[in-house]
Design a protein around this ligand. Structure first.
Ligand SMILES: [Cu+2]
Length: 115
């Protein structure tokens, strides 16, 4: 009786450990819209001014890690974007960056400086 119940118990324990190891990490997705402040492709960083993100943080200007730096190529100050803010184990990164509106050029550009 006891001889046969031990392997069963070990098997159950192993199954539990595997279940924990295979469980998906706590990943949260927040769709956001933001204004680009600056982009640093080599460092995979982007600084944006975003609105309220319910359940995560209030509106603020902050830097994020770019999941795919190529997505931020060509973005510059003032561009409006939408993106998927993905938070895993307290680390946030931006995915699926989409340009919504290119920043408008200044209505009255400063006159060229005279030599
Ligand atoms: Cu923030």
């Amino acid at each position: 009786m006891h001889k046969s119940s031990k392997p069963f118990f070990l098997g159950l324990l192993l199954a539990c450990c595997l279940a924990v190891a295979c469980a998906p990490k706590d990943v949260k997705h927040y769709p956001i819209e933001a204004k680009v402040i600056s982009v640093d492709l080599p460092s995979k960083r982007i600084v944006v001014e975003h609105g309220d993100i319910p359940g995560l943080m209030p509106a603020m200007t902050m830097g994020y890690t770019l999941a795919v730096p190529k997505e931020a190529q060509g973005l510059s100050l003032g561009d409006k974007i939408s993106a998927d803010l993905v938070v895993t184990d307290g680390l946030a990164r931006l995915e699926k960056i989409t340009l919504l509106e290119k920043a408008k050029p200044l209505p009255n550009p400063a006159p060229p400086a005279k030599p």
